[in-house]
Design a protein around this ligand. Structure first.
Ligand code: C5J
Length: 222
C-alpha cells in the first residue's frame, strides 16, 4: 500500500496496483482561444496554466506503469447525442456544433475537440468520448475500470466544479476511492474551484480526498 500522509482531509492510503489516473477534458476547445470556453466568455489562460502540472502527473503514472485514461467532452457530428437543452442554453457566441476557428465546436474529430498537444495520449491509453459532464454517463468507462481491476481513481483536468466534480461524484457512488490533484485541475472561476475542493473534502471526504501533484507523484515513486 502507498500513503499520502498530507492528503486532505486526512491521509489517503491506496494500492497502486489498482489505481488509475483520469484526465478530464484537457481539450483545445476549453483551453485555447477560439474554442467553446472562450465562446462562453471565459478567460481560457487560467486553464492553460495547469497544462505543465497535468503533464507532470501523467508522467508520474506512466513512469509507475499505471493506467492513464483521458476523456473528451464531445458530440457526434449529427448532434444526435447532444440534447437541445444543452445546445440551446445561454447565449454563447458559438454553440456546440457551430463552425469556429478550430472546427465545429465540441464535435468528435474536429481539431478543437482534440486534447492539447502537450498532453496527447500515448499508444494503449484509453480515450473516452463523453456526451455529458460525467465520464460514466453513456460511455464504456465503468466496464473499462472493471476490466482493469481499478478501485482507486486519481483525477485531474477541467473544469473542477463541472466535469471533474461530476465524474468524481459518479465514481464515488460506484464505490471508487477518489483523489483530486488540486494543482492539476482548474476552473474559469477561482471561487468555484475552491468551493469544489472544499465540498469534495467535507464531512470526512464525502466525495474524496485532495493532494498536490508532487505529493501524488512522490507516493507513486515510493
Ligand atoms: C464544461 C467541462 N465546463 N469539461 N465542461 O462545460 O467541465
Amino acid at each position: 500500500m502507498a500513503e499520502i500522509a498530507a492528503a486532505r482531509p486526512f491521509p489517503f492510503c491506496f494500492d497502486p496496483a489498482t489505481t488509475a489516473l483520469i484526465v478530464i477534458d484537457m481539450q483545445r476547445d476549453f483551453i485555447e482561444p477560439g474554442g467553446f470556453g472562450a465562446a462562453l466568455g471565459n478567460d481560457v489562460s487560467v486553464l492553460e496554466a495547469i497544462v505543465p502540472t497535468v503533464a507532470t502527473l501523467i508522467d508520474g503514472f506512466r513512469a509507475a506503469d499505471l493506467p492513464v485514461i483521458h476523456t473528451r467532452e464531445c458530440h457526434r457530428p449529427d448532434l444526435s447525442d447532444c440534447p437541445p437543452a444543452k445546445r440551446e442554453r445561454g447565449k454563447p457566441s458559438l454553440r456546440i456544433g457551430d463552425p469556429g476557428p478550430m472546427g465545429r465546436i465540441l464535435i468528435a474529430g474536429e481539431p478543437g475537440a482534440e486534447i492539447v498537444p502537450q498532453l496527447l495520449p500515448v499508444a494503449g491509453e484509453i480515450v473516452i468520448d463523453k456526451p455529458g459532464k460525467g465520464a460514466f454517463y453513456a460511455t464504456s468507462l465503468g466496464d473499462d475500470l472493471t476490466r482493469l481491476n481499478i478501485r482507486t481513481l486519481v483525477f485531474a483536468g477541467v473544469t473542477t466544479e463541472v466535469c471533474v466534480q461530476t465524474t468524481m461524484r459518479e465514481a464515488n457512488d460506484r464505490g471508487f476511492d477518489c483523489l483530486l490533484a488540486e494543482d492539476a485541475t482548474e476552473s474559469y472561476f477561482p471561487e468555484f474551484k475552491e468551493a469544489a475542493l472544499q465540498m469534495i473534502r467535507a464531512q470526512g471526504a464525502i466525495v474524496g480526498w485532495t493532494a498536490t501533484t508532487a505529493e501524488i507523484v512522490d507516493a507513486l515513486d515510493d
